[in-house]
Write a protein that binds this ligand. Sequence first.
Ligand SMILES: Nc1nc2c(c(=O)[nH]1)N[C@@H](CN(C=O)c1ccc(C(=O)N[C@@H](CCC(=O)O)C(=O)O)cc1)CN2
Length: 286
Amino acid sequence: MRALIDGRAMAQALSARTAEAVAELRARDATPVLAVVLVGNDPASEVYVARKLAECCRVGIGSIEQRLSEDCTEAQILTLIDSLNADDDVHGILIQLPLPKGINAGRVLDRISPAKDVDGFHPVNVGRLSTGTGGLVPCTPLGIMMLLDSVIDDYRGLNVVVIGKSNIVGKPVAMLLLEREATVTVTHIETRNLPDITRGADVIVAAAGAPHLVRGYWVKPGAVVVDVGITQITDHDGRKRIVGDCATHELDHAKAVTPVPGGVGPMTIACLLSNTVTAARKTVND
Ligand SMILES: Nc1nc2c(c(=O)[nH]1)N[C@@H](CN(C=O)c1ccc(C(=O)N[C@@H](CCC(=O)O)C(=O)O)cc1)CN2
């Protein structure tokens, strides 16, 4: 019964549309440019940043990579952001997370100009999202909605349970779902009787970062399950592999599930490119 929602294919299709939009902007001499800031050398962040830069290149978005060392000061990061904010040739600014210990991520993200905040993490964009008044929307939640839209036409009255209350995924996706008039319950790792709550859900968005948390008996037949978790585990035979928050092999009774890898992750990067075009278009049209 269960269908797999193919995030890689959907990300490719979105990036193809983004490439067309970039070509139109380039024809008007308004090439979108994304600045990607990497502080320190977290291995996973290195991989994601390399992928973001490669994808920019593939769709024709210009990119600037800015690296700061692990032991740089918060003041140095803020100075760099100020210069990118002031640069009219830069349309999007992304600070790869997590930042090294000792750096206040909130203060850093608050410094990005809301108009260039392609991650949608600035309080102005968070406020716009929660009031339904536009603004740049965080990439992972935007991607989740596109994946859900491929299997759900009408969200009105659907019971959606979000597991995870992060600013990057849980809270913003709850806002997007509320906008569509779903009935949204936001839960987290401290929520009591979680399986009792998820069993009533038409849609589950699992973003707790807890491998295989969501078991088969947590999910009612016909539910749609979006797996946002990406955790590297080592198997009993010593091999490393990526797993999500859901025990997908127990979800044959679901209507549709997103795989890990190949579900939400690829959409995150495709939505970043799309947000960069949105930010660039605004400077042309304003
Ligand atoms: N500034 C930001 N930092 C971080 C974000 C973000 O949206 N903005 N999200 C994550 C990391 N991330 C992008 O930055 C990201 C994570 C995973 C994937 C992905 O495609 N994963 C693959 C599986 C893992 C792999 O292949 O290595 C998948 O799900 O298929 C893309 C982007 C934290 N930081």
